[in-house]
Design a protein. Structure first.
Length: 321
């Protein structure tokens, strides 16, 4: 019987994923489900052929330089790979994969929840009822923004962005988008293409971010770009915290330039931005875009599919480096 490759699964994944992994690999688990430091990841790499990490494990150039030669593949349990220095990993010959497609529906659900929650003052309303502070009702009470029929601007019309566009059409929203390249008509479904982010922002009542965090997109939503949105617009971020300059977002909320925001991703995670908490019109969630039972299984299985292909001598379907 061939020797099973040794696999470190860096966080607590779904039971179905762990059961399948244990069937096919010699698995090392992280019983406490804690985040390992760079030094700990480096030490672990000497004992394993593969790592199945989440976006919480950082593979910076410095860490990558000190990984053991034994480690052959990092099969991420995430679509985002901004926690991995792909150039450094590629140069070391370590294969890297991600899990696209399988989390698009779940992430678009959370984007819709954030959009609706921000527009209709969900955090404020929930807090009021929960705390017993709901003591009166009036037609002028808790009036929010209706999203039906409004213009949504999608930054990054990849897989998640396209699902978000479909969901938004369910609310009769007019879809606009910016993407590195224009989509074919059969994928765009009539969405209006803008060849610059600036052009998009001037034409949307809601902007939803669905692009990866890269050196080019870091700080994308800064004061200058936020100022291009119509007054009272809503910003939704389910992509990465690095896309938004958080102090500029706060300033835009404080001046009313932004009417509300729905934020699932922060510069500091876990934890978020404590300054946001003073603003009930910032509706927040703790990076749970892909956190459904169905999607966690699908992500785990996709990562294992990539590992299986690699150890069978085939090119993994989701190789990014
Ligand atoms: C992703 O897949 O990138 C999500 O943010 C969860 O890690």
């Amino acid at each position: 019987m061939p020797v099973k490759p040794t696999l470190w699964i860096s966080r607590k994944l779904s039971d179905n994923t762990l059961a399948r992994a244990a069937r096919d690999y010699e698995v090392i688990l992280n019983a406490q489900d804690r985040v390992y430091s760079g030094d700990e990841i480096i030490a672990m790499s000497a004992d394993v052929d593969a790592i199945l990490p989440c976006h919480s494990e950082l593979f910076s150039a410095d860490v990558v330089a000190r990984l053991s030669d034994r480690l052959k593949i990092i099969a991420n349990h995430s679509v985002g790979v901004d926690h991995c220095d792909l150039g450094a990993l590629g140069a070391r010959g370590i294969v890297v994969t991600n899990t696209p497609d399988v989390l698009s529906d779940a992430t678009a659900e959370i984007a819709m929840l954030l959009l609706l929650g921000a527009a209709r003052r969900a955090a404020e309303g929930d807090q009021m009822v929960r705390s017993g502070a709901w003591t009166e009702w009036s037609p002028s009470f808790m009036v929010g923004t209706q999203v039906t029929g409004k213009r949504i601007g999608i930054v990054g019309m990849g897989r998640v962005g396209q699902v978000m566009a479909r969901r938004a059409r369910g609310f009769d929203m007019e879809v606009h988008y910016h993407n590195r390249s224009r989509l074919a008509d059969e994928l765009a479904h009539g969405a209006v293409y803008h060849d610059t982010v600036e052009g998009l922002l001037a034409n949307c009542d809601v902007v939803s971010l669905h692009c990866p965090a890269t050196p080019e997109t870091t700080g994308l939503m800064n004061a200058q770009r936020l100022a291009l949105l119509p007054a009272g617009a809503i910003l939704v971020n389910t992509a990465r915290g690095a896309l938004v300059v958080e102090d500029d977002l706060l300033a835009a909320i404080e001046t009313g330039r932004l009417g509300a925001a729905g934020i699932d991703c922060f510069m500091t995670e876990p934890g978020g931005n404590p300054k946001f908490a003073a603003h009930p019109n910032i509706f927040m969630l703790p990076h749970i875009g892909s956190a459904t039972r169905e999607t966690r299984d699908a992500m785990g299985f996709r990562a294992l599919d990539n590992l299986d292909a690699f150890f069978a001598g085939r090119e993994p379907g989701d190789k990014v480096a």
